[in-house]
Write a protein that binds this ligand. Structure first.
Ligand code: CU1
Ligand code: CU1
Length: 288
């Protein structure tokens, strides 16, 4: 049965409650922390050696699509009515709009230490102690909008700029490319600091705290953010029927990117699935 992923702003009170409850149960069982671990393990940057699958690479989109599917499968084993909602950050743009409500993800971190103290994921509630991370903090942190040096979420027109690009990705397939839909959406730009973050990356920065690290999965907003990124990929596919995942084949011998990116028909670690097989999610879920 094909299920639906909804805009988080349209969830009913019951849907909100069930989604939160399933996340907390996954955390209680220890399964959630395995997702945090996987994301840290696959955080390989441009400057490092080896295969890049999750970030700074063409497979950024299919890797996170499969990652979300795995989380969603785990949630649906707990409650089969649950799916991952998406957060359209071009519309819900303030620090108090959804998903930052008490019945969903809770609000901003407090000024002193950025600790999230409201909602179901607040440390004092006892259900969301961080166990896996790049720092030793036990509590979830956020700095919505980055109070000290304010940032704005990406705008609809910035997202359109990515959606307009008719080519999926271009050589050298990394964080430096200035053309191609993938990096315009992933958001590694030119320049320094704030000016260089776009779309997906800018949202991680805007949320701040745990979201600005390889352990970003510790903030459940990670899933809502990536569900929207995944939806945008679907929209791009509908708009540009002539192009699909690139590269089709490995870069030529001698190319520094050879063996560092996943080609269309190659397996996408840690899973037994190829980008090509992840191209169409229509038989599994749809977006409302
Ligand atoms: Cu990621
Ligand atoms: Cu991300």
């Amino acid at each position: 049965m094909v299920y639906t992923r909804k805009d988080v702003s349209t969830l009913t009170a019951t849907e909100r409650r069930r989604f939160v409850k399933a996340l907390l149960e996954l955390k209680r069982r220890g399964e959630y922390d395995e997702f945090v671990r996987t994301h840290i393990e696959y955080y390989v940057a441009d400057g490092e050696n080896g295969l890049r699958t999750a970030h700074m690479a063409p497979s950024f989109l299919p890797w996170h699509r499969q990652f979300l599917l795995e989380l969603e499968k785990a949630l649906r084993r707990i409650d089969s009515s649950v799916s991952v909602p998406y957060w359209d950050w071009t519309r819900d743009r303030t620090t108090t709009s959804v998903p930052w409500t008490k019945d969903l993800l809770g609000g901003n971190g407090r000024p002193s230490d950025r600790q999230v103290t409201t909602g179901p994921f607040a440390y004092a509630e006892g259900n969301w102690t961080l166990k896996v991370g790049v720092t030793n903090g036990k509590f979830l942190t956020r700095d919505l909008g980055r109070a000290r040096d304010p940032l704005q979420l990406p705008t609809a027109s910035e997202l359109q700029w990515a959606l307009k690009d008719p080519v999926y990705d271009v050589a050298p397939w990394d964080s430096t490319v200035t053309q191609g839909f993938r990096n315009k959406l992933e958001g590694w730009g030119t320049g320094r600091g704030s000016a260089s973050w776009r779309n997906h990356n800018l949202v991680h920065r805007w949320v701040g705290g745990a979201m600005v690290s390889g352990a970003s999965v510790n903030d459940p907003v990670f899933w809502l953010h990536h569900a929207f990124v995944d939806l945008v990929w679907s929209r791009w596919q509908q708009r540009h029927r002539d192009d699909r995942y690139r590269p089709v084949k490995q870069p030529a011998p001698g190319d520094p990117q050879r063996g560092r990116v996943v080609a269309r028909h190659e397996k996408l670690p840690p899973w037994d699935v190829t980008p090509d097989e992840l191209d169409d999610h229509g038989s599994i879920y749809r977006y409302a």
